[in-house]
Design a protein. Structure first.
Length: 201
């Protein structure tokens, strides 16, 4: 999945010569934690709510350019969400401006956007679905077999994948299904030789 699919387009911005009280008003109005700083069409910095808190009492007398962070770490619409996530973790930041090939600001992506994408990716859309964890013993064909059984029993598979528990050698396969009979899906998997580890909402 790419940044362009999850970013907020045409984000609210401030200018470098704006005072911090103007930036604060925009953040409060939109419930934002950060604003890109744009001079004409050039992205020149980013300012966060933390920057504002550090200058309380001086917001109306301090210009954005005096406290904004630069250079700005950016991504493009074609950047993968995985790479964008790594950048956020590496630099301990909660959002990234998105620029096009000419360096023009076209969006912003935040940690909240990433979490939403992750939940969508694993099929956890907040509805009446359940996740079944199965010990993945044997070859990769077992993944397809387990997914097929789950699909036949439930009628709708929302997401699937694998992960490893630290310290464990055997990976875990998970499948998220929407069904009124989760017990029936579990029984079908177990009857076909799968070791069901857990069922989660």
């Amino acid at each position: 999945m790419r940044v362009g699919q999850k970013m907020t387009r045409n984000p609210i911005t401030v200018g470098p010569n704006d005072t911090l009280d103007k930036a604060a008003a925009k953040m409060n109005a939109g419930h934002f934690r950060r604003l890109p700083v744009v001079d004409k069409s050039d992205l020149v910095g980013i300012i966060t709510d933390r920057d504002l808190r550090q200058h309380l009492g001086y917001l109306d007398r301090t210009r954005v350019e005096a406290v904004m962070s630069r250079p700005v770490i950016t991504v493009t619409p074609m950047t993968t969400l995985e790479h964008a996530t790594h950048l956020m973790l590496q630099h301990k930041i909660g959002g990234l401006p998105v620029v096009d090939d000419d360096g023009i600001l076209v969006g912003i992506i935040t940690a909240s956007d990433m979490l939403g994408a992750f939940l969508n990716f694993v099929g956890a859309t907040g509805d009446d679905s359940s996740r079944i964890d199965v010990s993945l013993e044997g070859d990769a064909e077992r993944i397809a077999a387990a997914a097929e059984i789950a699909a036949q029993q439930s009628g709708e598979v929302l997401g699937l994948g694998t992960y490893r528990v630290e310290g464990e050698e055997t990976p875990v396969f998970y499948v998220r299904v929407r069904t009124d009979d989760i017990g029936g899906v579990v029984r079908a998997l177990e009857e076909n030789g799968f070791n069901v580890l857990a069922v989660h909402p």
